[in-house]
Design a protein around this ligand. Structure first.
Ligand SMILES: NC(=O)c1ccc[n+]([C@@H]2O[C@H](COP(=O)([O-])OP(=O)(O)OC[C@H]3O[C@@H](n4cnc5c(N)ncnc54)[C@H](O)[C@@H]3O)[C@@H](O)[C@H]2O)c1
Length: 396
């Protein structure tokens, strides 16, 4: 694979804290040439850390540099404008989640990328975490039978939660029931320096075309792990012949199905080694009556932490798509579908808890509210991308 000139666009918490160190470690794939952030001090300090050049606007970045690929880590409201600009200039890119705030804005991105033959990947990281990849492998082998129900309660929700539910369901969503509840909380700042004065709680119940039913409960305060919320959670996959609770597989020994059907727990084991002072994940393995399952870390030579593997996976997906002229592993359509499910849940909650069917009749009432608040916040129409490229988007 030839080395690609890479620019990081947005060097805030996620850009500088999570993406930049991984780009720098994937040296044989990416030549980390530039950091672009509208905040001058941020752009300069992060660029200096990686021996890259600093830019304060994407227009200046593309005027001065030959960029092959970009990693877009600006606030979610800015994704469509920056993505539009990159696509119009032929720059392939990875965009952080959510793909865009609404479906019309996601469609604008997808259409512009297609028109310019630009590869667009979405940085959906939850299913890419090593333990989730391991679980995907074991579930595909059918050890708990056919999946029937999913629970994701007090864990990450929104588009990330929907992504995992959809992948675990193995089907296409047909409808969603959403319930929302907003309550006051004592003003607090969470560990990610986000400020909260209200708790926005949602419940989503999703039906899939293969008969799977999924339930999700989530709130910003649960996500923040603040006020004791989210300390315990339920992540459960019910199958016809067993259950996954958290990371553990519960399987009934053969012959005991008619005598209590008490299951035994099988826990995946991580095997690590030390390299350059990092505890590197070598593999995850688990022995079951159905055999031995092993997931091998394809990035072990880069001395990444376990948490960095999902980011390496999404960056490499983009690099392979560009170098081999193929579709990215996840892709914009999947990112759009996750956001469609999330918006559908909110739409159902907005329209008196009526079940909403997919595909959504977009723009929904909820999406129109988002576009109106966009106009108020940024002073122009959400689709006015030419203007929005030069707007500073504050932390959401
Ligand atoms: N996948 C995940 O698990 C995960 C986790 C956290 C955040 N995110 C996503 O990452 C993205 C960034 O989030 P964050 O928490 O780092 O935000 P942040 O506000 O900390 O950082 C965003 C940066 O973008 C810069 N910026 C704003 N407008 C700009 C513009 N027009 N051009 C260039 N730079 C601009 C800001 O100065 C800031 O430094 C969001 O899309 C968010 O949803 C994803």
């Amino acid at each position: 694979m030839s080395q690609l000139n890479m620019a990081l666009i947005g060097a805030g918490r996620r850009g500088a804290g999570a993406h930049a160190p991984v780009i720098a470690k994937l040296k044989d794939v990416f030549n980390f040439v530039a950091v672009c952030d509208m905040d001058e001090a941020t752009a300069k300090s992060v660029a200096e850390r990686y021996g890259a050049r600093a830019y304060m606007s994407v227009r200046d970045l593309l005027k001065s540099e030959e960029i092959d690929v970009a990693d877009v880590v600006v606030p979610g409201d800015a994704h469509h404008a920056i993505s539009w600009f990159l696509s119009e200039n032929g720059v392939h890119h990875l965009v952080e989640t959510p793909i865009a705030a609404t479906l019309p804005l996601a469609d604008l991105m997808i259409e512009t990328a297609q028109k310019n033959r630009v590869k667009l990947e979405v940085a959906e990281n939850y299913y890419r975490a090593p333990m989730e990849q391991f679980k995907s492998q074991v579930l595909a082998a059918g050890v708990i039978g056919k999946v029937s129900r999913l629970y994701r309660i007090f864990h990450e929700g929104g588009y990330h939660g929907m992504s995992l539910l959809r992948i675990r369901a193995g089907g296409h969503p047909t409808s969603v029931l959403g319930i929302a509840h907003t309550s006051e909380v004592t003003p607090l700042t969470d560990r990610m320096k986000r400020h909260h004065t209200q708790e926005h709680w949602t419940l989503g119940v999703v039906d899939f075309d293969n008969g799977v039913l999924a339930t999700m409960i989530y709130s910003n305060v649960i996500h923040a792990r603040s006020l004791g919320r989210g300390v315990g959670g339920v992540s459960q996959i019910d199958g016809t012949a067993g259950t996954v609770v958290g990371d553990d597989f519960y399987l009934v020994p053969p012959g005991e199905l008619q005598t209590g059907a008490v299951a035994q727990a099988y826990t995946p084991q991580r095997v690590r080694f030390e390299q350059d002072g990092v505890q590197v994940l070598d593999r995850i393995e688990m022995q079951t009556p159905d055999g031995q399952f092993v997931w091998n870390n394809p990035f072990k030579r880069y001395a990444l932490t376990e948490g960095q593997i999902a980011i390496a996976d999404e960056l490499m997906s983009l690099a392979r798509a560009v170098c081999e002229d193929r579709e990215p592993d996840y892709g914009a359509a999947a990112g759009r579908l996750d956001q469609e499910m999330n918006l559908g849940m909110h739409e159902s909650a907005t329209v008196n808890r009526q079940v909403v069917t997919f595909p959504l009749q977009s723009p929904t009432t909820y999406e129109r509210q988002i576009h109106e608040s966009f106009q108020q916040k940024y002073g122009c129409d959400a689709r006015d991308v030419e203007r929005l490229v030069d707007v500073f988007f504050p932390r959401l």
